[in-house]
Design a protein around this ligand. Structure first.
Ligand code: HEC
Length: 410
């Protein structure tokens, strides 16, 4: 009876996990699509703004056109003009760009909940970093996202907001502290994602709370025949400049989950800072490039930072050829510590398919994946997640010796 019931429950779990995977796939897909639409449009307008040329026709100049450019794309000629404040009369149809940003947030936030909050023990919590319950971890995560926006927004509105360079310097210091703090609370994977989600939330909130209201004021003033207040344009511009430089760091943080060598390294917070800085510098270089021949220093610095980080994280080559341990011992470690998840039929609650298709339930499969085992469980120590199965340092060394001795490939 009990067995039947258990089977019934686990059968339901399997079905639930199946639909869960579909939700995950569709959301992730949608998130990437709307994200591309948002960032693509945003990159395009930054490019457009920086390429505007002197207005040719006197009539356009009289009407308040500040710059224009010609482009050819997809088999057609395009003529874009930017007005200093607003055109003499509002066009009947004006296109706004906001839903891309909002949907990026909606899909991203749902994914965060689905992946990191409902499976906090796998992805968000690492008892080696901080012992947290699922509820505590979720509350900290949500508070972090909201707090990031509040601190940033207040900073921009403070007197500091009038000095762009000083503001950027203070923001940089705060972001370094944020990267460090997150890595003291969450698993490396969870910390990186929350760093990216914090910046992403700020970017969307900038659109919703500053840029869009500013534009609405422009339109309203025009409709009422008033001169719009210049401050809205200036504030909107400041926020959209920040968004531009946040973009590449956010993208790195979102992709970082695939690269255990970054988020599970000992200095993971510093790696996050370094790669974010490199991303921002690369964007600086592109923006300068739009304006003409760019100086090379941002690019050189970015490449140097990336190179130094990769160099710094490189595992030390092991000089002494490891002695091959008995295979039965290696197998026992994998059986004890990995196979609850990495098997054709995983038994770990909530996991119904081998994660990433990695199955370690036969000697052959272990051998073909020896290098991945080494990478994940020995070098980066990202597996088991949050050390849920309690692998010991000795067991890690044993797996390491097995791989490094070359026994795995014999
Ligand atoms: C509690 C379940 C669990 C246990 C135990 C576990 N893993 Fe994993 N493993 C996962 C999950 C979840 C992922 C997918 C991570 C992701 O989404 O990037 C994964 C991914 C992997 C990957 C693929 C990584 C990649 O990015 O391609 C390897 C290799 C791996 N695990 C090896 C191991 C080894 C070796 C052990 C035992 C020492 C182990 N795992 C124990 C859950 C587990």
């Amino acid at each position: 009876m009990l067995a039947v019931e258990l089977f019934h429950v686990s059968g339901q779990l399997t079905v639930a996990a199946y639909w869960f995977d579909w939700a995950n796939l569709l959301l992730r897909w949608a998130h990437a699509i709307v994200g591309i639409a948002w960032i693509g449009a945003s990159f395009y307008f930054v490019w457009l703004d920086n390429h505007l040329e002197e207005v040719v026709r006197q009539q356009d100049r009289d009407e308040g056109v500040a710059g224009e450019l010609w482009a050819i794309h997809g088999g057609g000629f395009y003529h874009a003009q930017k007005f200093r404040v607003a055109p003499p009369a509002l066009p009947p149809r004006l296109h706004w760009f906001k839903w891309e940003a909002y949907w990026t947030f909606i899909t991203g936030f749902t994914l965060l909940v689905l992946e990191f909050y409902t499976q906090a023990d796998l992805y968000l919590i690492d008892p080696k970093v901080m012992v947290l319950t699922q509820t505590q971890a979720i509350v900290i995560g949500l508070a972090w996202l909201a707090g990031g926006w509040i601190v940033y927004d207040q900073l921009c509105k403070s007197p500091l907001g009038k000095n762009d360079n000083l503001l950027a310097a203070v923001m940089f210091v705060l972001l370094v502290i944020a990267a460090w703090a997150l890595c003291q609370v969450f698993s490396g994977r969870g910390a990186y994602l929350h760093f990216g989600a914090m910046l992403g939330t700020i970017m969307v909130a900038n659109v919703a709370h500053v840029i869009m209201p500013g534009q609405a004021e422009l339109v309203r003033a025009k409709e009422q025949g008033r001169i719009p207040e210049a401050i809205h344009g200036i504030l909107g511009k400041q926020r959209s400049v920040h968004n531009t430089y946040f973009t590449l760091p956010v993208l790195f943080a979102m992709l970082s989950g695939h690269y255990a060598m970054t988020f599970s390294s000992r200095w993971n917070w510093l790696v996050l800072v370094a790669l974010s800085l490199a991303g921002a510098l690369i964007r600086v270089w592109f923006v300068l490039r739009h304006k003409g021949r760019p100086p090379t220093w941002p690019l050189v610095m970015a490449i140097a930072i990336l190179g130094a980080t990769a160099w710094g994280l490189a595992p030390a080559p092991t000089a002494d050829a490891a002695k091959a341990p008995p295979f039965a011992d290696v197998r026992a470690v994998v059986e004890r510590r990995c196979m609850v998840c990495h098997a054709e039929k995983p038994v770990f609650q909530g996991i119904t398919q081998a994660p990433k298709g990695v199955m370690l339930d036969s000697p052959e499969k272990m051998k073909t994946q020896a290098s991945a085992i080494y990478q994940q469980a020995v070098s980066a120590q990202a597996m088991p997640p949050g050390n849920l199965t309690g692998i010991t340092p000795e067991e890690r060394s044993l797996l390491g010796a097995w791989y490094l001795s070359g026994a795995a490939v014999k």
